[in-house]
Design a protein. Sequence first.
Length: 324
Amino acid sequence: MTAAAVAHSLECDLDFLRPPQRLGSLLDGATHESDDPGDWPFLKAGDAFPAPLVVTKRPAWTRRLVITKQPASEFYKDEGGKANALEVEVTLVEFNELGEPARTPDDEFIDIPLRILLFFESGKRVDDTDQEIFRFVGNDYDSVVIRNLSRKASVQFRLEKVSRRKDGQRFKLRIEVDQEQCTANVSDLTPIFTNAICVLSKRKHHHAFASESAIRTKEPAPKLLKRDLVKLDEKLSSKVDAMVAEMAQVKYQLQKQTHSHHSHQQQLHSHVQHEHEQQQQQSALAYLTSSDDAYETEEPLFSPASSDMSVVEILPSSLTFAEF
């Protein structure tokens, strides 16, 4: 290589290390203010104008599924026909970064399909072969989608096997997002459970309302302490004594009324007998009076001119009185 070639090579290397002209002027203290991109350092003519970088932050919203209507705690599957069904309502609830109720704009909301699985009250999932115990009533799939307008879904269903067939275990539903059908990211929506449902066949006695305790296992009778038994015995004794006293009072009143009635009858009988005797005496007196009047008008049996004056004169009235 000749000396000229070596010198040219060294000059090219030095050009690479030299700063550009405009950068050099800036480094030399020269000020340059221009809005023309062509005057910007390191920007060649024809290059695109760099867009400003805008950083946006999405609000920290939270949301969850909430059961706003629980199914009944007991279900008599053999009453009311096929129209007899349970109902559950699920609502999507949203909160903004301040924890206040919020609502995603309608044009940004994506429908959320749900899936329902049958579980026992203990939290154990019912076997796949028995998932048919749960049965939709009506339009099954369309009713299990949370849509934009209402932001809720209502489901009517039946449970076709009594709890007694499953060792007395009660059922509950697990409601979750159907990830296979949903097109949105819904990983923040966790599954929820309904309350426990006891499935029975029919009521033995048809009541208007059956309390929740009727579907639970009967609790054993509470233990009675000795002092409780003593108090109970005292209460029973006092009630028995009161009843005996009341019965004695009633008996006394009955006896008094009976004795009073008997005395009244005796008095009435005596009064009647006395009146009867008085009537007899009055009749006898009236008869005697009438006989005396008759004697005064009649002639004697023997005239005063009779020769035998020693014969006693017998009056007819005397005979009549003797006969009486």
